[in-house]
Design a protein around this ligand. Structure first.
Ligand SMILES: Nc1ncnc2c1ncn2[C@@H]1O[C@H](COP(=O)(O)OP(=O)(O)OP(=O)(O)O)[C@@H](O)[C@H]1O
Length: 794
C-alpha cells in the first residue's frame, strides 16, 4: 500500500515536473507578449484620462456590473475601475511605471529575448513606484491624487516616527541608492557629464556643425572618460538588442549622439570575436548533442576490467598478527636501552603496521632530541634487531620514532589494496596503489603527479614485485584507450608476461616485432621516438590552446577539437625501464640525454617514466636524472651511500627486505610495505585482458631513424670533418673505436666526435655500433689506413 502510494506520488511529481518543464512555444510567447503590450497601452490611456474624469466616474465604481452605466474614462468602466485601484487607492502618478514594466515584459516575450533580465527591472520598477508615491505624497501633500492613498498613508506613517525632515532624508537616501545602483552615478561622472555638456554647448556656438572627428578629438584630449548613464539609452540597448553582457557598450551608451565612430567599431569587433568563439562552442555543443561526447573507449566498448578474484589473498585474513607480549617486550627493551643512555621517556605509543611497529616516544622534558639522534646507532645495536630505523624527530610531531620489525610480518596482498576503498574511489589520472603504510592505511599516489619515478633496491628485495604492483594498479583502473605502456626489460624475463596485452596496452615502434624491448640498442630508438611523440603532443596542445593533456582530452571529448586538424585522443604513456644500470652502462649518454629530456618536459603531455635499478650508484643515477625524478622508492639497499644516492637520506639500508620500502616525493620519507603480487597472478590478469577483443595492433609510436642504423651513413668524402684523418689515425693507433677516445685525444665535443665516428664507419675504418663494447677497428695499422684513404681519392 505504502509502496503504491509512493509510486503514485512519484508519478504525480514526474508529471508535475513535466508540466513545469513545458516551455511556452514561440507563438504563445508572441501572443502573450502582444497581450501585455496592449494591456499596457490600455492602462496608459486609462490612467491619463483618470486625471480628467475621476470625479465624474467615482459614483460609478460600485456599478461595474450595471451594463447601462457609462463612465467618462476613455476605457469606460474598466478604465475607471483599474485607474481608481492603481491611481487613487494605490500609488498615484507613480503607477505609470506599471504599464511601462508591462510593456517591457511584453516586448521581451514578443522578441523572444531571455526573460532573466526582467527580474531586475521589475524589482527596480517596484522600488521606483514606492519611492515615487511617497515622494509625491510628501512634496504634494495637498494633491493626494498625485501620491495615491498608499503614498499618502506611508508618508503619514513615516512622518509620525521621523518627522518631515526624517522623511525627506530617507527619500534622499533612497534616491541616492537608486542613482548609484541603477544609473552607476559617481561624482566624477556627474562632473564630467556637465563638463562635456558645457563644452558641447560652447562648441555648438563656436562651430555650428561639429563633425564626428571633432568629438573624437575632444574625447581623446580628456583621456578616459567615465560617464554616467543617461536616462533611457542603456535601457533601450538592454531591451531591444539584449546586449547587456557587453559592459563597454553600456558605459559608453551614456555618451551623447556623437559617439566616436572608432569606439563603435571597436565594440563591434569585440562582439564579433565573442560570437566566433560562441559559434565554435555552439558547433561543438551541437555535435555533442547529436552524437554525445567523444568516447575514446568506444572501439573496445565491451572491454571488461580485470576482476578482483584474479588476485590472491596470500593467506592474509586482513588483520595484522602481533601479540601483546611482543609489543610489551619491545617497549621494555626500548625503555631500558634509552635508560642506559640516560634518556627518560615521558610517554610511549605504538602503531602497528604490517611489517614494522612504530614506537613513538615523547622524551622527558629537558632531553635534547639531538642527543637521541646522535645515539641512533647505539640504540639500534642495543635493540639488536634487524631493520630498526630511528626517526628523530618525526617531522611535524616533535616525537622520536623507533620502527621495530614485527616477528611475523604480514603479507600485504595486492588484492587487499586494490579492493580498498581508497583505491577504488581514487579520483586520480593514474592511480597507483603501492601497499600499506606503517599505520596500515592503503597508500595510493597519482603517477601523473609524481610525475616520474625512480626505484632502486638490492637484488631480491622486491623491485620486480613493486613494478608489477604499479602496473597492476593501472591495469585495474584504466581502459586500454587511456594508457599505454612501453616496457624495457634487459633481463628478458621479468616483463615478458605483458606480451599478452600487447594489442591492448602496449606501445611500440612501427618497425619492431616485439613490443617489449629487450635489446639495449632499440631502447635508444624508442627513447628518441618518445621525444618526437612529446614534441608532437606539445604542438597539439599549442594549437588546442590548453596547458596539459587532461585539458586537451577534455576539450577533445567535448568535440571542440577537429580530428581533421590532426587532433586525436591522447592516451597516457608509461615507460617502464627495468635494470636501468645495465642500460646506462652500455649506452651512456645516448640514453641519458633523451631520458633527461623526457623527464624534464614530458609531465604536461602525459608521458611518465618509471626507472628501476639494482645499482643506485652515482654513475647510474646521475645528477641530471636525479634532479628530474622527484618521486623515489628505495627497497633495501646494501649501504648507507646507496641509500643516500637514491633518497638523499639514509634508512634504506636498514629496511628488512621483502617489499619493505621507503617512498619520498620531496621531503617526507614514508615507510611502506609494498603490496605483493605474484607472477601467476600477473599471468592471470594478462590472460584475462589478452583474451578480450583487442585493437588491430599495438599503439604505434612515431618513426625514428636512428643515427646508428647504418642506412643513413653515406661515404661522401667532401662532407667529411676537418679532423677526420686525425681521428682515423688516433683510432687505428689505439685500435679502439670509441668516440670518447677521439673526444679526449683531439679535444672535441661529444656531438662532433660522434659524427666523426659515423664517418669512420661509412669509410669502413670502424665497425658498426655494438652497444656496450667499443667498435671494432677494421684497419690493422697506419700503412693500411694510408692505402685505404689513398684509394678513396683515386
Ligand atoms: N611486497 C612483498 N611482500 C612479500 N614478499 C615479497 C614482496 N616483494 C618481494 N617479496 C619476496 O622477495 C622475492 C624477490 O622479489 P623480487 O623478485 O621482486 O626482487 P627483485 O628486487 O626484483 O630482485 P631482482 O633484482 O633480482 O630481480 C619475491 O620472490 C618474494 O618472495
Amino acid at each position: 500500500m505504502a509502496k503504491k502510494r509512493t509510486k503514485s506520488k512519484s508519478k504525480s511529481t514526474t508529471t508535475a515536473k513535466k508540466k513545469i518543464s513545458l516551455k511556452p512555444s514561440k507563438q504563445n510567447k508572441i501572443i502573450f507578449g502582444s497581450l501585455l503590450i496592449v494591456l499596457s497601452i490600455a492602462l496608459v490611456f486609462s490612467f491619463m484620462s483618470f486625471y480628467f474624469t475621476w470625479q465624474d466616474d467615482q459614483s460609478l465604481l460600485s456599478e461595474f456590473a450595471n451594463r447601462n452605466a457609462e463612465a467618462s474614462n476613455l476605457l469606460n468602466k474598466f478604465g475607471a475601475s483599474v485607474s481608481h485601484f492603481f491611481m487613487y487607492q494605490g500609488f498615484g502618478l507613480a503607477s505609470f511605471v506599471f504599464p511601462l514594466l508591462l510593456a517591457i515584459t511584453g516586448l521581451y516575450l514578443f522578441l523572444g529575448l531571455e526573460l532573466k533580465g526582467l527580474v531586475g527591472k521589475w524589482i527596480w520598477g517596484l522600488i521606483g513606484v514606492i519611492w515615487g508615491s511617497i515622494a509625491l505624497g510628501f512634496f504634494a501633500s495637498s494633491y493626494p491624487l498625485l501620491g495615491g492613498l498608499i503614498g499618502f498613508e506611508m508618508n503619514d506613517f513615516l512622518q509620525d516616527y521621523t518627522g518631515k525632515i526624517g522623511v525627506f532624508l530617507i527619500l534622499l537616501f533612497v534616491l541616492m541608492v537608486i542613482l548609484v545602483r541603477l544609473f552607476n552615478f559617481t561624482p566624477e561622472g556627474f562632473a564630467n557629464f556637465f563638463k562635456s555638456q558645457k563644452q558641447k554647448i560652447k562648441s555648438d556656438f563656436d562651430t555650428p556643425s561639429t563633425t564626428v572627428d571633432d568629438t573624437i578629438n575632444e574625447i581623446e584630449e580628456e583621456g578616459s572618460i567615465e560617464l554616467s548613464m543617461e536616462d533611457s539609452v542603456p535601457e533601450k540597448i538592454d531591451t531591444y538588442t539584449h546586449k547587456k553582457d557587453i559592459p563597454p557598450l553600456q558605459n559608453e551608451a551614456g555618451l551623447d549622439v556623437n559617439i566616436p565612430e572608432e569606439e563603435e567599431s571597436d565594440i563591434d569587433l569585440k562582439v564579433e570575436e565573442s560570437t566566433v568563439e560562441e559559434e565554435t562552442d555552439a558547433k561543438a555543443a551541437k555535435l555533442v548533442e547529436d552524437f554525445g561526447e567523444f568516447d575514446p573507449k568506444l572501439e573496445l566498448g565491451n572491454y571488461k576490467f580485470p576482476t578482483i578474484d584474479l588476485l590472491d589473498a596470500h593467506g592474509a585474513s586482513g588483520g595484522i598478527t602481533i601479540n601483546q607480549e611482543e609489543l610489551e617486550e619491545n617497549k621494555n627493551r626500548i625503555v631500558s636501552t634509552l635508560k642506559n643512555y640516560k634518556i627518560g621517556i615521558a610517554q610511549i605509543k605504538a602503531t602497528i603496521g604490517p611489517t614494522v611497529t612504530l614506537y613513538e616516544i615523547v622524551p622527558e622534558a629537558g632531553i635534547r632530541i639531538s642527543k637521541i639522534k646522535n645515539l641512533e646507532d647505539d640504540i639500534a645495536l642495543s635493540l639488536a634487531a634487524l631493520g630498526i630505523r630511528i626517526i628523530a624527530p618525526i617531522p611535524g610531531k616533535g616525537t622520536v620514532g623507533i620502527e621495530v620489525p614485527n616477528k611475523n610480518a604480514t603479507v600485504v596482498s595486492m588484492r587487499s589494496v586494490i579492493a580498498s576503498n581508497k583505491f577504488q574511489k581514487a579520483e586520480m589520472e593514474l592511480p597507483v596503489a603501492f601497499g600499506k603504510t606503517i599505520s596500515n592505511e592503503t597508500f595510493v599516489v597519482d603517477l601523473a603527479k609524481m610525475p616520474h619515478m625512480l626505484m632502486a633496491g638490492a637484488t631480491g628485495q622486491g623491485k620486480s614485485v613493486g613494478l608489477n604492483a604499479v602496473i597492476t594498479s593501472l591495469l585495474y583502473k584504466k581502459h586500454p584507450a587511456e594508457v599505454k605502456f612501453i616496457f624495457v626489460d634487459p633481463k628478458k624475463v621479468e616483463l615478458t608476461l605483458y606480451n599478452k596485452i600487447e594489442r591492448h596496452f602496449l606501445a611500440k615502434l612501427p618497425d619492431s616485432d616485439e613490443a617489449i624491448i629487450t635489446d639495449n640498442a632499440k631502447v635508444i630508438n624508442t627513447l628518441n621516438s618518445l621525444c618526437i611523440e612529446m614534441d608532437n603532443r606539445y604542438e597539439l596542445l599549442k594549437t588546442a590552446m590548453v596547458r596539459n593533456i587532461k585539458e586537451y582530452n577534455t576539450k577533445f571529448k567535448a568535440r571542440k577539437l577537429n580530428p581533421n586538424d590532426g587532433h586525436k585522443f591522447l592516451p597516457y604513456i608509461v615507460l617502464v625501464i627495468d635494470e636501468f644500470a645495465d642500460l646506462i652502462m652500455t649506452a651512456g649518454k645516448e640514453v641519458e640525454t633523451p631520458i633527461a629530456r623526457l623527464a624534464q618536459l614530458a609531465r604536461a603531455i602525459g608521458i611518465h617514466l618509471i626507472i628501476a635499478t639494482q645499482r643506485p650508484s652515482v654513475n647510474v643515477i646521475t645528477g641530471i636524472i636525479k634532479a628530474n625524478f622527484p618521486a623515489r622508492i628505495a627497497f633495501r639497499v646494501t649501504s648507507k651511500i646507496d641509500s643516500r644516492t637514491i633518497l638523499d637520506a639514509q634508512g634504506a639500508d636498514q629496511l628488512i627486505g621483502r617489499g619493505d620500502m621507503l617512498y619520498t616525493q620531496g621531503n617526507d620519507v614514508t615507510r611502506i610495505q609494498c603490496a605483493f603480487v605474484d607472477t601467476p597472478e600477473v599471468a592471470k590478469i594478462t590472460d584475462y585482458i589478452g583474451s578480450q577483443r583487442a585493437y588491430p595492433e599495438a599503439h604505434l609510436l612515431p618513426e625514428y631513424v636512428g643515427e646508428e642504423s647504418g642506412t643513413s651513413l653515406d661515404n661522401d668524402i667532401s662532407d667529411r670533418d676537418a679532423m677526420f684523418r686525425d681521428a682515423a689515425e688516433v683510432i687505428v693507433i689505439a685500435q679502439q673505436g670509441s668516440a670518447s677516445l677521439i673526444q679526449r685525444k683531439l679535444k672535441l665535443g661529444y656531438n662532433r666526435a660522434g659524427r666523426i665516428i659515423d664517418q669512420l664507419e661509412a669509410a669502413g675504418i670502424v665497425g658498426p655500433f655494438e652497444g656496450s663494447k667499443a667498435r671494432q677497428v677494421l684497419v690493422p695499422d697506419m700503412y693500411a689506413l694510408e692505402q685505404l684513404l689513398e684509394n678513396e681519392t683515386k
